[in-house]
Design a protein. Sequence first.
Length: 212
Amino acid sequence: MRLILLGAPGAGKGTQAGILSQKLGIPVISTGTILRAAMKNGTPVGLKAKEYVESGRLVPDDVIIGIVEERLAESDCASGYILDGMPRTIPQARALEEGGVEIDCALFIDVDDDTIVERMAGRRTCLGCGASYHVVSAPPRTEGICDNCGSELTVRKDDAPETVRNRLEVYHRETEPLLDFYAERGKLKTVKNQPGIEATTAAIASVLGIEL
């Protein structure tokens, strides 16, 4: 199964990608992770990306797509994959199509903005090991303290309400048009907001017609 997960920042895409990857035995292809790996390994496209990163410029779409295509050619993607963080825009989606990257389903996790803001405000991140928690859905055993390393938990700047609202504006402007793009191709499936992680996974399984 070749999947793209769509949804606003904080909708739970990363969490569900990890669950689906484990259950289905297919890799999550995170653009950030493979970009760093390609630069470290010195692949032709990775070296090109490194030039942009080291000069403080944004890596252009054609380079990102080249790195994605390199990664998808590896053997562990033969049975499927989950794209995380790509595509973010219509031009990126078109470029993937033109590059021969096949998608079976674009799965949209539909969560409204107010719920996203509330959810993000409850996230806590460990200053020591980077572990993530949530004051409601995944609290630490001791308030404000990481279960893993005992370090202090903090609210990331990215999770502050004003920042989240700004990120949502960018999402609605640049990424939300992908819903129509994939709907026109008959590949869009939608999962409405659920009360918890397990309920969301169950709804995804139902929509995809699979057992998890």
